[in-house]
Design a protein around this ligand. Structure first.
Ligand code: ATP
Length: 202
């Protein structure tokens, strides 16, 4: 199988995540896409982070189709969610399958600062979708200059993103719901659990 691995904070998951995941599925001819909420995001501060359980449940609702598998692998491991550790665990679980680590473009440019980037490249093909004009060229240039000997382990392509972020949704939940930027099930979940209510009052 060709398995995609899509990690994120998913606080909350939104239609921009889903569009990106579906795009990767078709461009890379994936059989399965794993959706993996992080326990603690190592790359950013997250003061208004919903609990792991809530983010996992929202991912299950958002990514309910059979081509997706929502995994609690990082939530169970706790601590900082380093990609290399997740990939090592998945490699053991799926020894004969091809792994593709996918991400929005913003994260690839710091790839060399991640923990054990060379080991990550041994474990998976690293794939990024350029979200802004000119970014794909910048990403290709980054790969060429930093990893000239491993270019075949990267896939970069242009992508027309949905203009939305979880930060924006936490700030303007009502508008996000009106504009269908989160799916109905996630909208209901947020309302029932009273998530991001502090942000609503600001
Ligand atoms: P936040 O606003 O809290 O930083 P976010 O919306 O960027 O969150 P994350 O969970 O941090 O969401 O992102 C997970 C992955 O999804 C990252 O690789 C990110 O680049 C990508 N991503 C986020 N929003 C979009 C979008 N609108 N279109 C395409 N990719 C996205």
């Amino acid at each position: 199988m060709r398995i995609g691995i899509f990690g994120g904070t998913f606080n909350p998951p939104h239609q921009g995540h889903k569009k990106l995941a579906l795009e990767f599925m078709s461009r890379l001819s994936l059989d399965l896409m794993m959706i993996i909420p992080t326990y603690t995001p190592p790359h950013k501060e997250a003061p208004d982070l919903a609990t792991g359980e809530d983010r996992l449940n929202m991912c299950r609702v958002c990514f309910s189709e059979s081509c997706f598998l929502v995994s609690d692998i990082e939530l169970r491991r706790k601590g900082k969610s380093y990609t290399v550790n997740t990939l090592q665990q998945l490699r053991e679980q799926y020894p004969d399958d091809e792994l593709f680590f996918v991400m929005g473009s913003d994260m690839l440019l710091s790839f060399h600062t991640w923990r054990e980037p060379e080991e990550i490249l041994n474990l998976a093909t690293v794939c990024a979708a350029g979200r802004e004009d000119g970014l794909t060229a910048e990403l290709c240039g980054y790969v060429k200059s930093r990893y000239p000997h491993r270019e075949d382990r990267f896939v970069v392509f242009d992508f027309d993103p949905l203009e939305v972020s979880s930060t924006w949704i936490r700030k303007y939940p009502k508008e996000a719901m009106e504009k269908d930027l989160i799916c109905d099930g996630v909208e209901n979940y947020i309302q029932e659990r009273g998530l991001y209510a502090d942000d609503l009052e600001q």
